[in-house]
Design a protein around this ligand. Sequence first.
Ligand SMILES: [Zn+2]
Length: 408
Amino acid sequence: MQYCTRCLYPANHPYGMFFDDDGVCSGCRVDEERKNIDWTERFEALKELVAKYRSKDGSNYDCVIGASGGKDSQYIVHVAKNLLGLNPLVVTYNHQFNTAAGIRNLQRMVKEFDVDHLRFTQKPSVVRRMARAAMTMMGDFCWHCHAGITTYTIQIAVKFKIPLVLFGESGLQDMVGMFSREDMMEWTKKVRNEHGLRGFSWKDFVGFEGLTERDLLPYVYPDDAELEAVGVRGLYLSNFISWSGKRNAEFLIEKHGFETRRPSLSHNCYSNVECWHCSGAHDYLKFLKFGFGRATDHAVADIRAGRISREQGLELVRRYDGKRPGDLDVILEFLGMTEAEFVACVDDMRDPDVWERDGQGLWVQRDSVLNHASGPAVEKARLPLANAREAAYRDNQSDEPETGHVFM
Ligand SMILES: [Zn+2]
């Protein structure tokens, strides 16, 4: 397997990436573009762009924002409300894997930013059956979450006739560099289908686990005529603002009381605070398929930002990726599966360049970034301020018990 010589990403990243002659990945190259962009000019362009969508007579909202209550969506709300002076309608698809800290952050967001907020909660029995079906179909129990967020936000935009929808950053750009920041990528149905939904549709679920069309209504995306009638347009703020998850989190912690939480399988305490299984069982499945987990994602972001060296990133990967996640028993109980059944769901999805069976039929990892430690070190020391803040994140942890989901 080829691994980036600058960050830690492998050639088999599920979003797709390529490498240049120096062995540096497309994600790292696109990340470099930040330095050469005039962000003041970009932000002025954003102000001009959103002015066209502002409700002239105040008879409607100015934009829709899909918010989980995590750091990125809260920061979008901050930009919309406080920097652009918009009146957003904030909407949440309740994925039902909520942590207590996540629920509190969401409640605090509505109050701190003083916004109108809609939250949709589906029948829990349907979510459970969808999660079981998705494990068999794609080895990921979170499809309802990926699909629910992207569908509900746009459904509301269409129903309320609000054309402008604001997003933070796209993983396709941020992680793997599929699009340059010069491309000014926007939200499309294609991005949703291929990236958000892994190529699956709600129709693929009909008949699995007794699921009916009626059960799957929350995942029915508006058709082209409906989208065109409203003129729905989705902008990524990361094309207009130099987006940094860490900086966004620091701002929210200091100004708005954002709570952090120690995840099971990463050093990063400010990402995915709202979900039990990101940086846990969800990314454990990614490790079983592709040989890397969420600690790699978080370390890559830290390496690219110059906060840690590649060697320090490797240490984090060694420490977290592939370990048995602390939330695994919670999701096994929810799914009604044994650990053996859960792991077996991805048997035929394991990348043969990374995984092979030994003489006894047990899976062993053939290759890992840990075998590719020879990349050049990033010659930047850890920033002292970042260190101090990281210590603060670690002290600011949720004391919730590690059992069960908080549904509502
Ligand atoms: Zn890279």
